[in-house]
Design a protein around this ligand. Structure first.
Ligand code: AMP
Length: 228
């Protein structure tokens, strides 16, 4: 098997999106975030977007079959030829089982990177997150604030809180994670996916990114050894 699929797994707010951007530097493939893809569909107002918008706003999970199909279509695109990074998928055992088949059919080797973090830190981090509705820049009121409070540094737009970053919705997303996504960890272990755990509270985003890159490089080298 030549291609590697890095599955960044962990609760919402663990830093999967940030880490995916670091991981892209050591794996020659795209960052595929199902949350971003779904938000784009909601913004575009297409039929799928209209169907999932209310579900997303309440912090619940979108039905498996919609997300599975979206991912299957995405990983067949040419930019995934050398490998890819999944962020926010799979989130249920059903999705994990479908992904396992999808990868086997395409000769792609899965590697799970589990980002472990404290829930109280997640609630503080997500409810302090701000987004520029105009250019998409992300800020954090504690660790990366804009120069002028609540105003985008780049275009002066008033910053917004993403609907699903409101504290009550964050709590609902963590409940959904505990109920539906944590069991996926056992599924990964049972299915023999290559699995490693990283302490997401253990350092700066950059230093955690370095740890993840080292793991990906070791996995890639291990895969080459296994193939010869
Ligand atoms: P995220 O940005 O990954 O936290 O995702 C935001 C929202 O999109 C989630 O709260 C879900 O409503 C939806 N979503 C994203 N990925 C999935 C998935 N794999 N399965 C079901 N719903 C998802």
């Amino acid at each position: 098997m030549d291609r590697l699929c890095v599955i960044l797994f962990g609760p919402p707010g663990a830093g999967k999106g940030t880490q995916a951007r670091f991981a892209k530097q050591c794996l020659n493939g795209p960052h595929i975030s199902t949350g971003d893809m779904l938000r784009e569909r909601v913004q575009s107002g297409d039929p799928l977007g209209r169907k999932v918008s209310g579900i997303m706003q309440s912090g619940q999970l979108v039905p498996d079959e919609l997300v599975n199909q979206m991912v299957a279509d995405r990983i067949d695109r040419a930019d995934c030829a050398a490998g890819f990074i999944l962020d926010g998928y799979p989130r249920t055992e059903e999705q994990a089982a479908v992904l396992k088949e999808m990868l086997a059919a395409r000769s792609v080797r899965p590697m799970v990177v589990y980002l472990k973090v404290d829930y109280n830190k997640i609630i503080a981090r997500l409810s302090g997150r701000r987004l520029c509705p105009q250019c998409g820049a992300l800020y954090s009121v504690s660790s990366n604030p804009p120069r002028v409070s609540e105003v985008c540094d780049y275009d002066g737009s008033k910053l917004a809180v993403r609907d699903d970053d409101r504290e009550e919705v964050v709590r609902e997303r963590l409940v959904a994670y505990d109920r539906e996504s944590r069991p996926v960890l056992d599924y990964f272990r049972r299915s023999g996916f290559s699995f490693c755990e990283v302490d997401g509270d253990s350092g700066t985003p950059q230093s955690i990114g370095n740890q993840i890159c080292a793991l990906i490089q070791a996995e890639t080298a291990g895969g080459q050894v296994r193939r010869t």
